[in-house]
Design a protein around this ligand. Sequence first.
Ligand code: AMP
Length: 120
Amino acid sequence: MTVKDDCIFCKIANHEIESNYVYEDDLVCAFRDMSPLAPTHVLIVPKQHYDSIMDDVPAEVLAAIAHAVKEIAKSEGITESGLRCVTNVGEDGGQTVKHFHVHVLGGRKLSPDMGEGFAK
Ligand code: AMP
C-alpha cells in the first residue's frame, strides 16, 4: 500500500484521522468536505496515494470512484436532480490537497459555466 506520511487525505482514507464518511470500499472512501460549497459536497479519495488524476491511477481505482459517485448520489438523494464531479489538478487547476480526489457537488442548482470557482 502506497501512502504518504505527510498527506492528510492518506490519513483520512486509512482512518488514522477520522472524518465524516459517507461511503467506503476496499479501494476508495468518501467523506464530507470541511468547507462545503453545496448541500452535498463530498470528496472521493483513493486509499493509496496518487498526486492527481495525472498520476498512474489504476483502472480499477477509477472504476471504484465511478461506482462511488453513483452510490453517493443514491444515498444523498440527488440521482434525479443531478450533480457535478470535479477533479482539480495542479496550480492552475486550483488543487490545494495533493492527493487525487473527486469532488461530488449537488443539492442545489450549480452554474452551467462553472464560473471562476467550480461550484459558483
Ligand atoms: P482541491 O482544492 O480540489 O485540492 O480541494 C481540496 C478540498 O479539500 C477543499 O474543498 C477543502 O475544503 C477540502 N479539505 C481540506 N482538508 C480537509 C479535511 N481535513 N477534511 C475535509 N475536507 C478537507
